[in-house]
Design a protein around this ligand. Sequence first.
Ligand code: PLP
Length: 398
Amino acid sequence: MSAPLNHNADYRARHGLRPVINVSGTMTSLGASIIHDDAIAAMAEIAPQWVEMDDLQRRASAVISRLTGGETGFVTACCAAGITMSVAGAMTGTDMLAIEQLPSRTDGLKNEVILQLGHAVNYGAPVDQSIRLAGATPVLAGTATQVMPYHVENAINDRTAALLFVVSHHTVQFGQLSLEEVVEICRPRGVPVIVDAASEYDLTGFLARGADLVIYSGHKFLSGPTSGIVAGRKDLVRAAYLQNKGIGRGMKVGKESIAGVMAALEAWEKRDHAGIRAREQAALDLWKTTVDAMPGLYGKIMPDPTNNPLDRLEVHVLPESGFTATGLAKALAAGDPPVIVRDHEAELGFFFLDPCNLHPGEAEIVAKALTAVMNAPRPENAMALPRHSVEKALRWPD
Ligand SMILES: *Cc1c(COP(=O)(O)O)cnc(C)c1O
């Protein structure tokens, strides 16, 4: 492949930023997405223009409805903002005074949100904080590994504003109630079910299976700009949208992101999904062949844990390689160019190579980087163990 690489090389070089290659997935910490060309064009086009924002959001609502099957929708700053605004909307409805009084004054409002304990994850921040930001109290149901219907039934009372259901590889993948089971409990009791589907390809399934609201990140698989999409029942979407006159102000989305995500959604409808899968498969095959030829490494092609149409290569790192999984990930990240792998489970002795964010030619560069690192003398931290530490974060901006 001879397509040009790193089309922002100039920008990054000019600002002293490393030209990272992302094989870790759609990561906020690496800039969220490769924004689709159509979205970039829409953002550039609207940037110098005035526009009536409620009308732009009405147009976005129509596109969101078409793609999700939801009655109504709007765009916000990100999925986390969408969760907070949806929870707030479930609390306040269209009561403007209540909207202005969040998050500290919630007397008289329903202010509890149920969350299965195995769904209480951290996606860069704790999901329960997205609930608390609205002024609501998370009510954790069940245990991390087992939630029964009676846990959720007994958590519901007359202060229950909503139940938040999280779909993610981060959650405990067993022992939790399914969306159908949760809907069966909540619907007859009048409790809205809000689904956090930030990273899911399935734009219609959660509403079709009974969710009242569903929230996506615009900047994950959709390849939009950093943004969030809320879709579903009109009364709940309207109440969530009204939070822009309250706590949503600090989560403001710009016209450029609304236009960008609308274009990304339209591009998603036309995208050559089969062609993309074939390119991802070719990358996985190349990496598996490379890894399997190395002493102490082997690769397994694994399906996505939440059934997105995406496979990843699970690279097992045995001691005879001279590396731990963490040590090898660090060596790749220190390379030229830096290759950032998906290593959040490194204590289990493997990391993943994720093919969904590659520019043309980068799959080959990743294979070469692996070979180079394996053939070089072992660096000092080759046998490093994963450390759960905020040390580096605390030093920023130094
Ligand atoms: C990424 C993610 C979020 C946060 O999404 P943002 O759009 O970055 O705010 C929330 N929930 C889950 C499950 C995620 O994976």
